[in-house]
Each structure stands twice: as structure tokens, then as C-alpha cells.
Design a protein around this ligand. Structure first.
Ligand code: ADP
Ligand code: MG
Length: 152
């Protein structure tokens, strides 16, 4: 992986899905209406597990609502701050869909969390948070959080 652009905010290691959910819940304290989080990492890295924690941190009572069903690309969860969960896994070039989803409109109402965000390329809204997830052991994961600013 080439070094992504942006300002390094923090690096966190977790040792269980529960630990990842707790990290997501804590990270959510940084978020409010208008924030977009771009999640990248291999299949099984823990993107959805992290979304579960972030949604919980934003006030979603039943975090079991968070999943990555096969045919739904966008889900909205009724948290204190509405959470829009997008999964671009099945798209290779997500540019057209990113326009159709109406991400800008979602950001006027809540937060947007995007799995496989790199597939959206330059269609990602700016500024945004970027979290890269590495599998470092059977139950170990490393999360690298960066802040990607608006293009100057
Ligand atoms: P992704 O959305 O990135 O494909 P998921 O969150 O759906 O990944 O799945 C992560 C998988 O890895 C789950 O099966 C989970 O039980 C397992 N796992 C093991 N250790 C961790 C950890 N530290 N954090 C998150 N998930 C973990
Ligand atoms: Mg997933």
C-alpha cells in the first residue's frame, strides 16, 4: 500500500471484535452531521465491525441492524445522528453510483460511512476521515486514522 495523503490522527490496535466496536464508539465522538468516513481494508478486516461501533457511538440503540447485506449498497440507521452506511464492494468503478446515492444530501442530514471507499476514487467528498485497517493477527487489527482536507 502506498502511503495515503492526509494528516495522521491516530493509530489504534484491537485484539477482538468487541475491542474494535469499542474503538468505533470512541472514534464517533469526533463525528457530527456532515462528516464522511472512508474505510479501507481487505475482506474480513473489520470495516463493518467498526461501523457497528461508530453507529452505536452516534446513538443507534440496536447495533445488530448494522450488516453488509448482499444486494443493498446503502443503508440508513436511525441513530441520534442519522448514519448512512455505504458498501462499494460489488462496484469496481463507483463514480456513477456515488453521484446517484446523493452523498452530499446525506451529509446535510447525518454522517456517511463508506466501506471499500477507495473504489470511489476522487468522488469521495472532501474533507473526510480515512481509516485504513490491517489484519495483523488472527484477532488483531491495526487502524490508522487520517484526516483528508479539502483540496487547496
Ligand atoms: P469487513 O467489513 O472489513 O469485511 P467484518 O467486520 O465484516 O469485515 O468482519 C470482520 C471479521 O473479523 C469478523 O468475522 C470478526 O469476528 C473477525 N475479527 C477478528 N478479530 C477482529 C477484530 N480485532 N476486530 C474486528 N473484527 C475481528
Ligand atoms: Mg463489510
Amino acid at each position: 500500500m502506498s502511503e495515503p495523503e492526509g494528516t495522521l490522527i491516530e493509530t489504534v490496535e484491537t485484539r477482538s471484535p468487541r475491542g474494535t466496536q469499542a474503538f468505533g464508539k470512541r472514534f464517533a465522538q469526533r463525528l457530527g452531521v456532515g462528516d464522511c468516513v472512508a474505510l479501507n481494508g481487505d475482506l474480513g478486516a473489520g470495516k463493518t465491525a467498526l461501523v457497528r461501533g461508530i453507529a452505536e457511538g452516534l446513538g443507534l440503540e440496536d447495533s445488530r441492524m448494522v450488516s453488509s447485506p448482499t444486494f443493498v449498497l446503502v443503508q440508513e440507521y436511525p441513530a441520534r445522528v442519522p448514519v448512512h452506511h455505504i458498501d462499494l464492494y460489488r462496484l469496481s468503478d463507483a463514480g456513477p453510483e456515488m453521484r446517484d446515492f446523493g452523498v452530499d444530501e446525506m451529509l446535510t442530514r447525518g454522517v456517511v460511512l463508506i466501506e471499500w471507499a477507495d473504489r470511489a476514487g476522487h468522488y469521495l467528498p472532501r474533507p473526510h476521515w480515512r481509516i485504513d485497517i490491517e489484519i495483523t493477527g488472527a484477532r488483531a487489527r491495526r487502524f490508522t486514522v487520517r484526516r483528508i482536507e479539502r483540496k487547496s
